[in-house]
Design a protein around this ligand. Structure first.
Ligand code: BGC
Length: 426
């Protein structure tokens, strides 16, 4: 393949993070409480203290040439008690946005990245239908306070991941395992998104609003006989249950039968772009040993395929499969809202970026309008179940270092060069 790939003028090069994963001390949140109450769970603690060190981080971003930053704000910080908004936190977020502007970095704002205030969690969180109103109150407030800053908005980050991990597998707070609750949660999240979409558009009719959805490339091992049939069935059900059902609801405005019935006001076509978070391929393989995961070995990896520190398959072609699928489904512009690699040694990150961009470039050539790319993550951060062991950052931070010194990794130079060239060069 030709290595000299120029991206379209105006293509946005950025990086992404979320509030809870980098700010530190998000004390009024459900995750903070869950971290303290769950023995096997690492604590986010001070994280990388972005809350106090943002200026230094933005200067580094500017040095790297980043044009945009996907940043999350924390509802629990802004509304630590129901109906009480913390004006100091608001002032700090405004300083953060102003500092980004000063450095010429555009803002893509995520309103909700899995974390809710503890007061809302105590009242049932997303399984309580009142959550929809509470969320909208928060969004209305956030839009009034910060609406002038973002050029792109994300209402919800990976809602299906949070819903499934929180209410079916029990891995995330509130650690429930109940399909009927899951149905309520998904329905409430869809309503919350639709409400947020309307609130943002009432503020700015031209706003660009999307949802960041997780789309792994789900494939099957290709076993023979019953095992093969089983793998195909699980893959088809997984795709439908996890991705298509949500997407179809957003496209049509009608709840998918898996999650309810009837229409949701304002939901139909309520995205101006599709946010795609892509990390890996999963090759589902039938295995009697894996009875806990419905007889599927999710980590099976075909020979010759490399993995990241998490054990996830590195599979750049997958992003092309996903982008065509999302484009066919919605026909809307696409933003890569996350793509990245856990690679502590920084041996694979540069190639990971380059290879994924080659695939994205092919999609552009095939007429799929991809508007931008946000690398996950700008900086090492708190991983939800693994703490600081999995390192995704273009910038390295040792969480044990009292100074939390920032060290740009070598791969950040590759990314900088790509940005400068608006594409890949030989
Ligand atoms: C999430 C991030 C997370 C990343 C790597 C994404 O699905 O949105 O919060 O850090 O995966 O695990």
């Amino acid at each position: 393949m030709n290595d000299d790939l120029k991206f379209p003028d105006g293509f946005i090069w950025g990086s992404a993070t979320s509030g809870h994963q980098i700010e530190g001390h998000n004390k009024h949140s459900n995750w903070w409480h869950w971290e303290l109450a769950t023995e096997t769970q690492p604590n986010s603690g001070k994280a990388v203290d972005y809350w106090n060190r943002f200026e230094e981080d933005h200067a580094l971003m500017a040095e790297m040439g980043l044009q945009a930053f996907r940043i999350g704000i924390e509802w629990a910080r802004i509304e630590p008690r129901q109906g009480e908004f913390d004006l100091e936190a608001v002032a700090r977020y405004r300083e953060i946005f102003q500092s980004l502007e000063k450095h010429g970095i555009k803002i893509c704002l995520t309103l909700h990245h899995w974390v809710v205030p503890q007061w809302a969690a105590e009242k049932g969180g997303w399984r309580n239908s009142e959550m929809v109103d509470w969320f909208q109150e928060y969004v209305r407030f956030a839009v009034q306070q910060f609406g002038e800053f973002p050029f792109q908005w994300i209402t919800l980050n990976e809602p299906m991941v949070a819903a499934l991990a929180g209410y079916l597998s029990g891995d995330f707070p509130p650690g429930r395992r109940n399909y009927f609750e899951l149905r309520k949660v998904v329905k409430n999240m869809l309503k919350a998104h639709a409400g947020a979409y309307r609130i943002i558009h009432d503020f700015d009719a031209e706003a660009m609003v999307g949802i960041a959805m997780a789309y792994p490339d789900l494939q099957t091992w290709g076993s023979r006989g019953f095992a093969g049939w089983y793998e195909r069935t699980v893959a088809a059900l997984g795709k439908r249950f996890v991705f298509q059902a949500w997407d179809e609801s957003v496209r049509t405005g009608k709840l998918h039968p898996l999650y309810g019935s009837g229409s949701v006001q304002g939901l139909e076509n309520s995205v101006d772009f599709c946010g795609v978070n892509y990390y890996f391929r999963m090759t589902l393989r039938f295995s009697l040993k894996h009875w806990k995961t419905w007889f599927i070995d999710q980590e099976a990896t075909p020979a010759g395929v490399d993995k990241n520190d998490f054990g996830w398959q590195i599979w750049p072609e997958g992003i092309r499969t996903i982008l065509s699928c999302v484009w066919n489904r919605f026909g809307k512009p696409i933003v890569i809202t996350e793509n990245g690699i856990a690679d502590r040694a920084d041996e694979k990150r540069a190639a990971y970026i380059t290879e994924h961009l080659k695939q994205i470039f092919q999609c552009l050539e095939n007429g799929i309008p991809v508007l931008g790319y946000y690398h996950w993550s700008f900086i090492d951060n708190f991983e939800w179940k693994e703490g600081f062991d999995m390192q995704f950052g273009l910038v390295e931070v040792d969480p044990e270092d009292p100074e939390l010194k920032r060290r740009p990794r070598k791969s950040s130079e590759t990314y900088s060069r790509i940005i400068k060239n608006n594409g890949l060069c030989p």
